[in-house]
Design a protein around this ligand. Structure first.
Ligand code: MTE
Ligand code: MOS
Length: 782
């Protein structure tokens, strides 16, 4: 961490003011200025060691089938090539599936998706490796690929068994409901488009060991898989991650393959090996957000009060399970969003397609489920002719209600939050202004929507909800902090350092956070599920408390006072006896050291209260829910379908914020990324199953021009659960505020039919889709 250190500032000055950067303050990201100046070191920026080689993979030119012949003679003799490997050359485990098997490190003879890596080349330069892989002669026997969810459902092609969550007698409740409607929605996936692509640098150490520098959200899994692939114990491998240039879920499991390939070469050649994917390979060879298809029947009364829903979700998983079981589960967990359905059944299908294996992406299936759930609420509101916000408010969970997976709703100020936002952004008067505007304009139509987000916080795989940390204090009072979480731009390192600063009440610039390393904190969980701060800050606090209690025991004895007479304040230990004595933190630490007090400790945390029985689909999978709401206004040109998002207001619950500036940044970024998913970002494959959207030129992420006028406010109330200083996780939930944009687009389209028709609007809602929705309403209205 590179804050200007105030360690050398005089204590006389540091005593007069509160410690800098304590928790709750809007501190800049610890690397912000380095991100901007280019000084932040990413894996590809590290100086290369002598004899470093570079790797590229040879890719399948078919989508599905069998390799009948593989001739690599020309590849081996190409300029600069040092070594070529296929799956047979992998010394240990050949399958790197993270939870379930199914991901061979290189193709095992069978081709499951277009571009699947078949062999790998190590050469003196990256360019030579890339040129060499093109020289392979491969013969195939081709099979007909399964490319869509529809085809997978029809052919019963699944990567994992179906799963059901159910509450109440759904059929009976649907029959008894005064009204019923059906609908369907297809939402397409999303490319992560992290700025730094997948990369690993593997350096062989003595005795067959490996040091792995990688851009991964899950250093421990990379360590374990590299060890398995090399057939060595886990303690032969060390993984280090200083930072990622974005992960967004795309580096939770799918950073491992490149590290493992590099490690196989490093072991064979005893040379340092770098493997970095160029952008097109990264887009083609790594998984994305899952497409989802949802189909529903929903029963309700004349006021729009929900009675029951029967919903089928199908996720496009690609060729292997990867994390899809948990991702489809999370879609199912979030289909209700914030609303109480007296009876509900959700079926979740995990479709196998001959496409790259889809993976984690901010929200982890939650956004896909929630989108369908919010579509239902709009459909119901239009069916009963009421303002969607009123129908939403009347269907919110009440305290004591249970979700369709048995979790009781305990703390849920959503109605208050939504009405607060509605008055802050003047929802109802803008609703009337929009009606006037739409009346006055023949071709331009505006739409408005205010939608909630309720997102469950915890890994639904229970054992992952744990973390470790390591804190050292050196004899000058400076502190070294390490924990199992990884930094991907989200500000985790800054927040955890603030917690440590808070615990000792010292200036944050006296704390160094170093790279995440598996030999410092072992057996870590991925930094994912938004739980990085919840878990690692608690673990770091636990380490601080251990050291503090040793220090205070010593001080009690040394100064002959009671525990109550001691406190850490403004970079000092304050001893209150007859007279108050201020001992500088550095002097006190030096004293403790000389009196043989241990100044280093590990820390540990595991999330309490959570339990879930998946066989019965019942329990409390989430420690708590993060809440929020957003309101978006759009203007659509009904002649072309082109549109602009005019304004978005967000009120979001991060509990007691540890760092408002970083939290607001996460909310703004999450919203824009969610808006991109639902509007302009379109993945496309051709009929042969080749990825067509494989570069920045043909895959459109939002730019600054697309960002609406935005206002983000924090809902500054303590978490009712005992999280770190009563804060709440922030990373993923704001992405789902993008849903208000999609709802507003449907609202604008529906305006042409006096809000009596439910516009079909699959996502991304590109201008073409919006134009179709408008025309559908024009044809089906009145
Ligand atoms: N913010 C930035 N800048 N870069 C990222 O890669 N990933 C998101 C979110 N915010 C991401 C981000 C995802 S998918 C998750 S799960 C969380 O950050 C992970 O970090 P946390 O648990 O520390 O919030
Ligand atoms: Mo985030 S999708 O849980 O890495």
């Amino acid at each position: 961490m590179s804050y200007q250190s105030s360690l050398l500032a005089p204590y006389s000055e540091r005593r007069q003011r509160p410690a800098k950067g304590r928790s709750g303050q809007s501190l800049a990201h610890d690397s912000a200025h380095k991100h901007v100046s280019g000084e932040a070191v990413y894996v590809d920026d590290m100086p290369e060691l002598a004899r470093t080689l570079h790797v590229a993979v040879g890719k399948s030119s078919i989508t599905c089938g069998q390799i009948t012949q593989l001739d690599l003679t020309a590849v081996r003799s190409a300029e600069g090539v040092i070594d070529v490997i296929t799956l047979d050359d992998v010394p240990g485990e050949k399958d790197i599936g993270p939870v379930f098997k199914g991901d061979p490190l290189l193709a095992d003879g069978r081709i499951e998706f277009h571009g699947q890596p078949i062999f790998a080349v190590a050469a003196e330069s990256f360019e030579q490796a890339k040129r060499a892989v093109a020289l392979a002669k491969v013969d195939y026997q081709t099979d007909t690929p399964i490319l869509t969810i529809a085809a997978a459902l029809q052919q019963n092609a699944f990567v994992r068994p179906a799963h059901v969550m159910q509450k109440g007698d759904v059929e009976a409740a649907l029959q008894q409901a005064p009204k019923m409607l059906t609908g369907e929605l297809y939402n397409k996936g999303q490319e992560h488009f992290y700025l730094e692509g997948q990369v690993s640098y593997v350096v062989p150490t003595e005795d067959g060991g490996m040091k792995v520098y990688t851009s991964s959200q899950h250093p421990t899994e990379v360590q374990k898989l590299v060890a398995e692939v090399l057939d060595v114990p886990i303690n032969y491998v060390q993984t280090e991650v200083r930072r990622m240039g974005g992960g967004f879920g795309g580096k939770e499991t799918q950073a491992a393959q490149w590290a493992c390939l590099a490690a196989v070469f490093a072991k064979r050649l005893k040379r340092p090996i770098k493997m970095r994917l160029d952008r097109q390979d990264d887009m083609q060879l790594t998984g994305k957000r899952h497409d989802f298809y949802g189909r529903y029947r929903v029963g309700f009364d004349a006021q729009g009060k929900l009675c029951a829903a029967d919903i089928e979700l199908a996720g496009k998983c690609g060729y292997s399970p990867d994390l899809s079981d948990a991702i489809v589960d999370r879609a199912m967990f979030h289909i209700d969003n914030a609303y109480h359905y007296p009876a509900m059944r959700v079926l979740g299908q995990r479709c196998k397609t001959n496409t790259v294996s889809n993976t984690a992406f901010r929200g982890f299936g939650g956004p896909q489920g929630m989108l369908i759930g919010e579509g239902i609420l709009d459909d119901v509101a239009r069916a009963v002719g009421r303002d969607p916000l009123d129908v939403r408010l009347e269907n919110l969970y009440q305290l004591g209600d249970s979700t369709h997976y048995g979790q009781e709703i305990e703390d849920f100020p959503m109605a208050e939050l939504m009405t607060n936002l509605a008055s802050q952004c003047e929802y109802y008067s803008r609703r009337r202004a929009i009606a006037d505007f739409n009346q006055q304009h023949r071709f331009k139509k505006r739409g408005l929507a205010l939608t909630p987000v309720k997102f469950g916080i915890s890994f639904t795989i229970q054992f992952l909800n744990q973390a470790g940390a390591l804190v050292h204090i050196y004899t000058d009072g400076s502190i070294h902090l390490n924990h199992g979480g990884t930094e991907m731009g989200q500000g985790l390192f800054t927040k955890v350092a603030q917690v440590v600063a808070n615990e000792f009440d010292v200036d944050i610039d006296t704390i160094q956070v170093s790279a995440t390393a598996t030999d410092k904190v072992p057996n870590t969980s991925p930094t994912a599920a938004s739980s990085g701060t919840d878990l690692n800050a608690k673990a770091a606090q636990n380490a601080c408390l251990t050291i503090k209690s040793r220090l205070l025991d010593f001080a009690q004895q040394h100064y002959g006072v009671s525990r109550e007479a001691l406190r850490f304040c403004n970079n000092h230990l304050v001893v209150s006896a007859e007279q108050e004595t201020w001992v500088t933190f550095a002097d006190f630490i030096q004293l403790a050291y000389q009196n043989r007090v241990s100044l280093s400790s590990t820390g540990y945390y595991s999330t309490p209260k959570i339990h879930y029985n998946r066989d019965q689909a019942n329990g409390r999978p989430f420690f708590y829910y993060a809440l929020g709401a957003s309101c978006s206004e759009v203007e659509v040109d009904t002649l072309t379908g082109e549109y602009k998002v005019l304004r978005t207001d967000i009120l979001h619950d991060v509990g007691r914020s540890l760092n408002p500036a970083i939290d607001i940044g996460q909310i703004e970024g999450g919203f824009v990324q969610g808006m991109g998913w639902l509007t302009s970002e379109e993945l496309s494959w051709d009929e042969q199953g080749r990825l067509a959207s494989n570069a920045a030129a043909n895959y459109k992420i939002p730019t600054s021009i697309d960002v609406p006028a935005m206002s983000v406010t924090l809902w500054d109330k303590a978490n009712s659960e005992e999280t770190i200083y009563r804060s709440k996780a922030v990373g993923e939930p704001p992405l789902m505020h993008g849903i208000s944009v999609w709802c507003a687009l449907r609202d604008a389209a529906a305006s042409v039919a006096n809000y009596r028709v439910n516009p079909p609007l699959n996502t991304p809602a590109t201008p073409e889709q919006v134009l179709n929705a408008v025309q559908y309403c024009q044809e089906h209205g009145a």
